[in-house]
Design a protein around this ligand. Structure first.
Ligand code: SF4
Length: 454
């Protein structure tokens, strides 16, 4: 299904759509307040963008430096060319540890690689320990947002889920009670977790350490209680020096939720005595994106979610309508790189208003890249037949002023005299599904202008 088809299902619940829209706009406003609180915010954005551009320009060198330093710290480094290899490596490590269960803090990379279903199929019990992730995991759904995985759900939905899976009283919807129930439930899982998987927000080349940012402290608890820590990272997560880290941590939380900093910023450099630490570095299409000059900048993304919170299309169509691990404007740039045919409708899920570009803390030219993908999709024949035909018709009309004028006249007269049910029939005019056409003017601008000149 294309994005508009999946979005139609979300929009059919008008009340939920409005609520989703307003909730994310509230997060966007919190971001604005936090941003205005530091006068040097724009300089920080530029600096972060420059650091990332520099790192990407020497990614091979920084990756090797990171590997050398991590190995010197006693960490085992693994390389995975794609999702399948990543999953195989993780499973082997779990089996080697003799474990049958694990706890996992939020990691969009493992979502991207579909690690959970792979491990479950191989007899490993996986518990996501981030609250939002656990909620969607219990519901067997995918996260719908990078930072707020269960943002598509209301507290009543969460209450129902917890009633079914955790035995909370039916109808309980008090967030404090629900959070406490989740806390008790997860605490048990932490205590039996033999292996802990975390994502990686930043990997520091000069030290070989990885940095994980959470608000719940679940990554720390998981790692400190388990014998084996596996950190899964996309190869673009590198920054050169520890001194660069502060630039990104100041931007990340402010852009994501409007907090000055995430509650926990945890540094993992080496395994504790008698324990193991592994880092799996994953490509999965990233080097291909690096090789596309028009789209290379998308690898600067620090997954803050700000472009989603501001996007009028994302806010009104929901994260699941993108059918890709990373939804929203940045997902619409990353997804065609993975599968152009499958995701060819996503770069069109944008008004090209540029609000995503304005809020991006690492200054990715998101809307310009969306526009470039549209051109490539057209060139590669991936546009739907109706759009191709429409474009052909439009270009032939626009190239012939006489036909254009005649078309305008016919449309004006038609709108004045044809019945509303016909001009707004959804099969003929999908544009009018949720909109009213303006009253047709009596004359065209061209006629009006000629009359004024006379
Ligand atoms: S593209 Fe920019 S705004 Fe969007 S998630 Fe990535 S860093 Fe944040």
């Amino acid at each position: 299904m294309s994005h508009p088809q999946r979005a139609a299902a979300f929009i059919s619940d008008a009340e939920r759509t409005t609520w989703h829209d307003e909730t994310l706009w509230f997060v966007r406003q919190k971001r604005d307040k936090a941003v205005y609180g530091i006068p040097e915010f724009q300089q920080l954005r530029q600096l972060a963008s420059d650091i990332k551009a520099h790192t990407l320009s020497r990614l091979d060198e920084y990756l090797e430096q990171f590997e050398r330093n991590a190995q010197a710290n006693g960490v085992t480094v693994h390389w995975a060319a794609d999702a399948a290899e990543h999953n195989r490596i993780v499973l082997e490590l779990i089996r080697k540890a003799g474990a049958t269960s694990l706890v996992k803090s939020k990691s969009m990379l493992t979502e991207e690689c579909h690690l959970n279903p792979y491990l479950v199929k191989n007899g490993i019990a996986v518990v996501d320990t981030d609250l939002g992730e656990r909620i969607v995991q219990l519901r067997e759904e995918a996260p719908s947002h990078l930072v707020l995985p269960a943002i598509h759900l209301k507290k009543e939905d969460v209450g129902e889920t917890f009633h079914l899976h955790l035995g909370t009283p039916k109808g309980e919807k008090d967030p404090q009670q629900l959070t406490e129930a989740a806390r008790q439930h997860l605490r048990e899982k932490f205590l039996i977790g033999e292996v802990a998987i975390t994502g990686v927000n930043f990997a520091v080349a000069e030290t070989g350490a990885v940095v994980v940012c959470t608000n719940e402290g679940n990554a720390d608890l998981g790692v400190n209680l388990a014998r084996v820590h596996i950190a899964c990272m996309g190869m673009e997560k590198l920054i050169p020096r520890t001194a660069d880290l502060g630039v990104f941590t100041r931007l990340l939380a402010r852009s994501a939720t409007g907090q000055p900093v995430t509650t926990y910023t945890s540094h993992f450099a080496r395994p504790a005595e008698g324990r193991e630490m592994h880092i799996v570095i994953v490509d999965n299409g990233r080097t291909r994106q690096l090789g596309r000059p028009d789209f290379r900048n998308s690898l600067k993304c620090i997954r803050c979610g700000a472009c989603m919170n501001t996007c009028p299309v994302y806010r009104r169509s929901g994260g699941h309508s993108y059918d890709f691990t990373v939804p929203g404007p940045i997902g619409a740039i990353l997804s065609p790189n993975i599968d152009l045919h499958k995701h060819s409708s996503l770069p069109f899920a944008s008004t090209l208003c540029g609000s995503c570009t304005d809020v991006c803390p690492v200054k990715i030219d998101i809307h310009a890249q969306l526009y470039k993908w549209r051109q490539l999709i057209g060139e590669q024949g991936e546009l739907p037949a109706t759009k191709k035909l429409g474009m052909k018709l439009l270009s032939s009309v626009l190239a012939r002023p006489g036909i254009y004028r005649l078309g305008g006249k016919v449309a004006r007269e038609g709108l004045r005299f044809l019945p509303h049910g016909l001009t707004h029939a959804q099969a003929l005019n999908p544009w009018a599904k949720a909109r009213e056409l303006p009253a047709a003017p009596k004359q065209s601008f061209r006629d009006w202008y000629a009359a004024q000149v006379k």
